[in-house]
Design a protein around this ligand. Structure first.
Ligand code: ASP
Length: 292
């Protein structure tokens, strides 16, 4: 990564934190805070969500998102959106304006549109970096590339946020274009409640990124919440043992961000880096690599 891109990412992370912090400082809810952060990152071309989403094998964008509220376990998810500018707002609309939890494909697009959300054409989501990632993945698949191993940067980049508000409520939100080169309307973990996204005031709020198939099979977000709720492990210890123990042994790469009602945080990952940050009154940090 060039120094220029490094500082672009750090600036974007800080601006995303600004958006969430402004909501919480004004006495807003955790749900509104995670929405503000994720909308900011969906609008940024730097991340694999909204504008800047990764491409399917056919060169399209199919967007997934989920949101969950920790006080009453309300949740909303969407998968396979193709024309809603901010998928996380669609997930929020499912949570607040429908009697459902999970909508998919053209129906999910239509529902979001009926709720007055902004629509865009396919060109809106395009960025040269993600297209290049698709071409690289295609070459690799065709066996003509000499590029070594798993390229975490081209595969991941999902965005997520967790927040705790003044009333003591948690919320989690996740949004993604999914894995580059995905086919057959493949659905990752991000919109699957309990896999990539979960929030329960009795435990924690969690948002995951990584190789979605593993996160679904290990029900990572819910497993972390269950370990915290029923076990005696701290949030940090439980998150580390899941991501750096169980998942790593299984061969699943990724990471997560988590937060409990005491304000304890965990952000373990086993990729070369994970764009991340936190803000709490008086402190703030953003980081990319493991040794920061
Ligand atoms: N978890 C996402 C998926 O599997 C990918 C990512 O985190 O970027 O779709």
């Amino acid at each position: 990564m060039t120094p220029e891109r490094d500082s672009l990412y750090r600036q974007a992370l800080n601006e995303a934190l600004d958006a969430g912090e402004a909501v919480l400082e004004a006495g807003g809810t955790a749900v509104d805070a995670v929405l503000a952060v994720v909308v900011y990152m969906e609008d940024s071309p730097l991340f694999n969500a909204g504008r800047g989403a990764g491409f399917t094998a056919e060169g399209r964008n199919e967007l997934d998102a989920a949101i969950m509220r920790g006080d009453d376990l309300a949740a909303g998810s969407v998968t396979g959106l193709t024309r809603i500018k901010n998928p996380i707002l669609a997930a929020h609309a499912v949570m607040t304006a429908s009697e459902h939890v999970f909508l998919s494909g053209p129906g999910a697009d239509a529902f979001a549109e009926s709720q007055g959300l902004d629509t865009v054409g396919p060109a809106y989501f395009f960025t040269p970096e993600r297209w290049e990632a698709l071409e690289k993945a295609r070459r690799k698949e065709a066996g003509t590339s000499s590029l070594p191993g798993l390229d975490a940067d081209t595969k991941y980049g999902t965005v997520g946020a967790v927040a705790l508000d003044r009333a003591g409520h948690l919320a989690a939100a996740t949004s993604t274009g999914g894995m580059t080169l995905k086919r057959w309307n493949r659905i990752g973990d991000a919109p699957v409640i309990g896999a990539g996204t979960y929030a329960d005031n009795r435990a924690c709020a969690v948002s995951c990124t990584g190789h979605g198939e593993y996160f679904i099979r290990y029900a990572v977000a819910h497993d972390l919440a269950a370990r915290v709720r029923h076990g005696r492990a701290s949030l940090r210890a439980a998150a580390d043992s899941l991501i750096m123990g169980e998942l790593l042994r299984a061969g699943g790469l990724g990471g997560l961000i988590a937060l409990d009602t005491a304000g304890q945080m965990a952000m373990p990952f086993i990729t070369p880096g994970m764009y991340r940050g936190y803000a709490r009154p008086g402190t703030r940090e953003v980081a990319i690599y493991g040794d920061e």
